[in-house]
Design a protein around this ligand. Structure first.
Ligand SMILES: [Zn+2]
Length: 271
């Protein structure tokens, strides 16, 4: 397994190199993975944060062969580097929409395709973690760049209102329906058993949702009370994050007629 070492390009497949950005953290694991796809013509996926050293490394690695800068979504650990990398390379910036200070030269939705000399990269719209989230499929290697839709080693956060649990689960099923060899996530190592990992994500969410509904029915009527009861296996430092996922699950239960409520700080009740 190639190293996750900041500032060093490592080949993860014949067509793909990965450079880790220096932004490790609770939510980013070892940091953001920036991927360089292609040899003669290169698409950079997720330039990462606006970090001079990281962008210099990516630009030096790809040189003037970087044609496109592609983002999975506009969160601050994935997209802000697009500006500095475009300054260094003149490459075209591609993403779902203009948001969070990110401005694409070209908007990409479901099915959008980039054709490089050696590759074809197509967008798979996967809302849930972020409504403007795109996974990118490298056809030649059946490799999916999953951004924050599927990660390795850290938890995907669904934070309403832009985060949507129902959409997230639908998008996971969408990924499960693709014929994939591997997943290259926005954080962590390459996932070599995508079917099993996505199946685990789905069953994990189903278990959490069942536990949340049970807690609600047992009298835990606030998000904090539900977190305290359901997330006993999760470190306390992650509880603020768990609150957002509980809120997302509750909103899904409301939409399905199983609960009442709406505000994360207010009381909820089962139906
Ligand atoms: Zn994100």
């Amino acid at each position: 397994m190639p190293d996750l070492t900041v500032g060093v390009a490592s080949a993860i497949s014949p067509l793909v190199r990965r450079i880790l950005a220096p932004n490790p953290g609770l939510m980013t694991g070892p940091g953001t993975n920036t991927y360089l796809v292609g040899i003669d013509e290169i698409a950079v996926i997720d330039p990462g944060p606006d970090d001079t050293g990281h962008l210099d490394t990516v630009a030096a690695c790809g040189g003037d062969r970087i044609r496109w800068i592609v983002v999975t979504h506009t969160h601050p650990d994935h997209a802000p580097g697009a500006v500095g990398l475009k300054d260094r390379t003149g490459a075209e910036v591609v993403g779902f929409d203009e948001r969070d200070g990110f401005t694409p030269d070209r908007s990409a939705g479901e099915g959008f395709a980039l054709e490089g000399t050696e590759f074809r990269l197509t967008a798979v719209h996967t809302p849930g973690h972020a409504s403007n989230h795109l996974c990118w499929l490298l056809h030649e290697e059946r490799l999916l760049f999953s951004g924050d839709h599927v990660m390795q080693g850290s938890t995907v956060v669904i934070s309403p209102p832009d985060g949507d649990m129902s959409a997230y689960l639908d998008s996971l099923r969408r990924v499960q329906s693709l014929r994939l060899r591997a997943i290259a996530p926005g954080h962590g190592h390459v996932i070599e058993d995508p079917k099993a990992v996505v199946a685990y994500y789905l069953s994990h969410r189903a278990e959490r949702e069942a536990a949340i509904l049970a807690a609600l029915r047992a009298g835990a009527t606030t998000v904090d009370a539900i977190v305290a009861r359901v997330y006993v296996d999760v470190a306390g430092e992650l509880h603020p994050v768990a609150r957002r996922s509980v809120h997302a699950h509750l909103l899904k239960l409301v939409a399905e007629g199983a609960a009442r409520g709406g505000d994360i700080e207010r009381d909820w009740e089962p139906v």
